[in-house]
Design a protein around this ligand. Structure first.
Ligand SMILES: NC(=O)c1ccc[n+]([C@@H]2O[C@H](COP(=O)([O-])OP(=O)(O)OC[C@H]3O[C@@H](n4cnc5c(N)ncnc54)[C@H](OP(=O)(O)O)[C@@H]3O)[C@@H](O)[C@H]2O)c1
Length: 274
């Protein structure tokens, strides 16, 4: 299987396809991560709030994949925002993971009413400069919030992880990120299965032989998005990453799936989530 990488503007890069760890129980995380690594995943998307960083780190060690071949993401939770508290939160994540650095650290949500995301960003810059983190980015930010980080610190995030699925395809946000040299990464990419029965998804599945989930993951990949589906089923873990090998969706199929967008979200609106 080919594992394409997407370039960051800081000179590093990220595997396009990864494994998400939200709602994976701590005790199941080692097995799920090792199964994903055996299936070919190299990008693992964790977060302090997922409560499974120790299990994630154990699974990475159990996988036998050399550390340099792995790409590990974690995130600073909302209650840790602020300069000193973010430094402490990042060190605690590294300790739980059993790693001396992560490849990518994200601010999990902007929490606009807290008004701490610029200070939090300054802490991520410090952690990057000290080598505890290779690259730094954000999650659930809009373009104006990202521009504020750039204006106030001179450092632009390399990646923005946001909700993207057929009901909430967010092509405009992706275009704004691309214009700034920022990789867009899709969370809840399968959209809680709510589009599995939609006619364009069914039609593409019938033509290609992919499952509805496979069609939707191909749609993310062909849009140039980084995508991080989660599964605890070994068969689905392997089937999901296998879509990297195709088959391709046609331009018409891609457009028909994007046209399913209603803007309805699976998760909260980032303006309202503190
Ligand atoms: N930054 C943020 O605010 C944020 C928010 C949410 C999520 N995330 C990240 O994004 C990752 C992915 O999002 P997610 O976990 O919400 O949802 P997801 O990956 O879109 O979907 C996971 C669900 O789909 C099922 N599934 C997986 N593969 C399938 C397949 N081939 N066919 C049918 N069902 C399938 C899984 O069940 P089984 O386990 O039974 O297969 C699970 O119930 C998270 O794990 C997390 O790392 C980030």
């Amino acid at each position: 299987m080919t594992q394409p990488r997407l370039p960051f503007h800081d000179g590093h890069s990220i595997p396009q396809f990864g494994f998400g760890l939200w709602q994976v129980p701590e005790e199941g995380a080692p097995g799920a991560v090792a199964a994903a690594a055996a299936a070919g995943y190299r990008l693992f998307d964790g977060a302090a709030i997922y409560g499974n960083e120790a299990g994630m780190g154990q699974g990475l060690r159990d996988s036998g994949v050399p550390r340099d071949d792995l790409f590990v993401t974690t995130k600073v939770w909302n209650t840790a925002q602020g300069f000193d508290s973010t430094l402490r939160a990042a060190e605690a994540s590294l300790e739980r993971l059993g790693l001396d650095h992560v490849d990518l650290l994200l601010i999990h949500w902007p929490c606009p009413r807290k008004a701490l995301f610029v200070e939090t960003w300054r802490a991520l810059i410090r952690l990057r400069d000290e080598g505890r983190v290779t690259s730094i980015g954000v999650s659930n930010f809009n373009a104006a919030q990202i521009d504020r980080l750039t204006e106030e610190t001179g450092v632009t995030p390399v990646l923005n992880q946001v909700e993207i699925n057929p009901r909430n395809p967010q092509p405009d946000l992706q275009a704004r990120m691309t214009a700034r040299g920022i990789v867009t990464q899709s969370w809840t990419p399968l959209g809680n299965g709510l589009s599995f029965d939609a006619a364009p998804v069914r039609a593409a599945a019938a033509r290609t032989g992919l499952t509805p989930a496979g069609v939707i993951l191909r749609w993310h990949v062909q849009r140039g998005l980084s995508v991080i589906p989660r599964s605890t089923d070994p068969g689905r873990i392997a089937a999901n990453v296998a879509v990297l090998d195709g088959p391709d969706l046609t331009g018409a199929e891609m457009a028909a799936i994007t046209a399913l967008g209603t803007g309805e979200r699976c998760g909260p609106h980032p303006d309202d989530f503190e």
